[in-house]
Design a protein around this ligand. Structure first.
Ligand SMILES: [Zn+2]
Length: 257
């Protein structure tokens, strides 16, 4: 199995890095996690054929994670894709995704490939392909917005952290979180790889946080350019037991698992 960082930037657009997205490749399935603004260019820049992607899973619908989808589907169409594309999404967000494609004039009647919506409930493990599954748990990333729920009853403030299991390996991806507590949403699991966003955590606390996590490798992502010096400083001064275990992701970096 291979993990490739397509983009590592936070919600802040950067000239040097693309927004956060990861490609997990198993023997028979290529799953893209999130498809934010600029995803088509990000994939092109890393020589990833749009047709090779079997499915896309969304953690939440902030633009740096979601708004590249209609444009990516257009690219798939223009590149003569004909195999189906799976979209994995929390059931409460399914219609938003469907509507955003329809309102981008991506009508099923005019497509050469099928988009198959595969919805999941919170805390439900679903199968992606043979020996490849995902469990999504709601985190507190959008909790602050829930106070407005009564004004916008149609909006779902669902944001997920994900636990993947593939070929006996476990990968946790926090995606965007709300607080340090969200780091322990899968605390019963010892992961082989733990991918941690850094924007919504105090950077100075990262070394402490990862001491408490049970994981083979910890990879930081979703950081803005201005945070790079501080992150490099933290990486350089990690205690001995974490050196060689914690990494800073960069665009295009791959990890073989
Ligand atoms: Zn984000």
């Amino acid at each position: 199995m291979n993990l490739k960082f397509i983009g590592t930037s936070s919600g802040k657009t950067s000239l040097n890095r693309f927004h956060s997205s990861i490609l997990i490749s198993t023997e028979n399935y290529n799953l893209l996690i999130d498809a934010g603004d600029g995803i088509s260019r990000a994939l092109l820049s890393q020589n990833i054929n749009f047709k090779e992607i079997n499915g896309i899973i969304f953690t939440h619908l902030h633009p740096d994670h979601f708004s590249g989808l209609p444009a990516l589907i257009v690219q798939m169409k223009m590149n003569d894709r004909n195999k189906p594309l799976d979209i994995f999404i929390n059931h409460s967000l399914e219609n938003v995704v469907k509507d955003s494609l329809l309102h981008s004039y991506l009508l099923p009647e005019r497509m050469n490939f099928e988009i198959r919506y595969k919805t999941f409930r919170d805390n439900e493990q679903i199968k992606i392909s043979k020996n490849f599954s995902v469990l999504a748990r709601k985190n507190s990333h959008l909790r602050e917005l829930e106070q407005y729920q009564s004004n916008y009853s149609a909006i779902s403030f669902y944001s997920a952290s994900l636990l993947f299991e593939a070929d006996g390996k476990k990968i946790v991806y926090t995606s965007d979180i709300g607080s340090t507590e969200d780091l322990y949403l899968f605390k019963e699991t010892v992961s082989d790889i733990y991918i941690m966003e850094t924007t919504h955590l105090p950077i100075s606390s990262l070394a402490d946080s990862i001491q408490k996590l049970q994981a083979g490798k910890i990879i930081f992502t979703h950081y803005s350019d201005k945070d790079i010096p501080q992150l490099n400083e933290i990486m350089a001064t990690l205690p001995d037991n974490l050196k060689g275990k914690a990494f800073l992701a960069t665009d295009g970096k791959s990890f073989e698992i």
